[in-house]
Design a protein around this ligand. Structure first.
Ligand code: SF4
Ligand code: MG
Length: 336
């Protein structure tokens, strides 16, 4: 609720504060039990920071985080320990997130040691069960990360994240470091595990096709804000925010004839949209709507007033003064 994370920028030996990177700037959203919330946006939009905030790997500058009705925003290390079991993270890079000097058994068994838990039947047996669960050979318990392929290493990371039977798993770009041919296997594994174990996921990605495949609902982020939040189908078929439309239209069109036609159509006409300029710096984001410097629909109010995230259709929220079809005014209301 209202999550903010600013990273201060300091200068000189006295660490005089000269500004801040406004990585995340007022996020309010919920994650429902058993669902997959996809979080998408260009690099630097704050999606990784958001993942690290909700798993309490980072302290928020402001705002509140609740887990199962309990305020966990400022829990100390000891009070956090049981929560650590329930909330786990899968990282982007299976190469750097596994210690190369440790065997797979040590890596996947680490959460038990850290939590001081001895699983029924012992750590080794449980690790072997976990390796089987993620599609690895349980007999490879004594091998080292370099003996595995990229996809297998991500499976090791997933086994480690599942060791303590978490409820919520936050995966930050879980497949983007992998070969395209391997991505689908890992995505399908995450899918199967969710069904088998009743997991809730927050999956962060810049790739819209991965997000489309895995998500029940999707949050689109731009420069530290959620600009649109909706179920998967309405988000893809009838987006309300110009930025979402631009992101979607940037997905490559497989049919070359169609691609040519789409490219020629002017922005705003339902065709391909080319975003002007780069993403502005999160150190001094634009006034009003942060997207106004790149938006073809921007008017004077956009630079002046920040549009709040409002429910414009049932279950479909967007933060824009001029949403795509005006939304359904009957459903308009604040997001709670
Ligand atoms: Fe574009 Fe204005 Fe909507 Fe921002 S508020 S997305 S600038 S139309
Ligand atoms: Mg990231």
């Amino acid at each position: 609720d209202g999550l903010v994370k600013h990273f201060p920028i300091t200068k000189g030996l006295l660490r005089r504060r000269t500004g801040a990177v406004q990585a995340v700037d007022g996020l309010t959203f919920d994650v429902r039990p058993g669902e997959t919330l996809g979080v998408v946006g260009e690099s630097g939009c704050g999606k990784s920071t958001m993942g690290r905030l909700i798993t309490r790997l980072l302290e928020p500058t402001a705002g509140r985080i609740e887990f199962e009705g309990r305020d966990i925003t400022h829990l100390g290390v000891a009070a956090m320990r049981p929560m650590r079991r329930d909330v786990q993270m899968i990282f982007q890079d299976p190469y750097s997130s596994l210690n190369p000097r440790h065997t797979v058994g040590t890596i996947v068994g680490a959460p038990f040691r850290l939590q001081g838990i001895t699983p029924e039947g012992g750590v080794k047996k449980e690790v072997q069960r976990l390796l089987g669960l993620v599609g690895l050979n349980p007999e490879h318990y004594n091998r080292y990360p370099h003996e595995f392929s990229g996809g297998q290493r991500q499976r090791i990371g997933i086994a480690r994240a599942l060791a303590l039977k978490p409820k919520l798993v936050v995966a930050d770009e879980p497949v983007s470091a992998l070969d395209v041919s391997i991505q689908a296997q890992v995505v399908n594994l995450l899918d199967d595990l969710q069904e088998e174990l009743g997991l809730t996921y927050v999956i962060i990605a810049h790739d819209l096709s991965v997000i489309r495949h895995v998500s029940d609902r999707i949050a689109v982020m731009y420069l530290g804000k959620i600009v649109e939040l909706a179920d998967r189908t309405p988000l893809y078929t009838a987006p309300l925010h110009p930025y979402t439309r631009a992101l979607l239209s940037a997905v490559p069109v497989p049919d070359p004839a169609r691609r040519t036609r789409r490219t020629r159509e002017p922005a705003g006409g339902g065709g391909r949209i080319l975003l002007r300029g780069d993403v502005p710096s999160p150190i001094s984001p634009p006034s009003g709507c942060r997207f106004h410097t790149r938006c073809w629909k921007a008017t004077e109010i956009c630079a002046r007033e920040e549009p709040p995230l409002l429910t414009l259709r049932p279950g479909h929220a967007a933060a824009c003064h001029h949403p795509e079809d005006g939304g359904d005014s009957g459903a308009r209301g604040a997001v709670t």
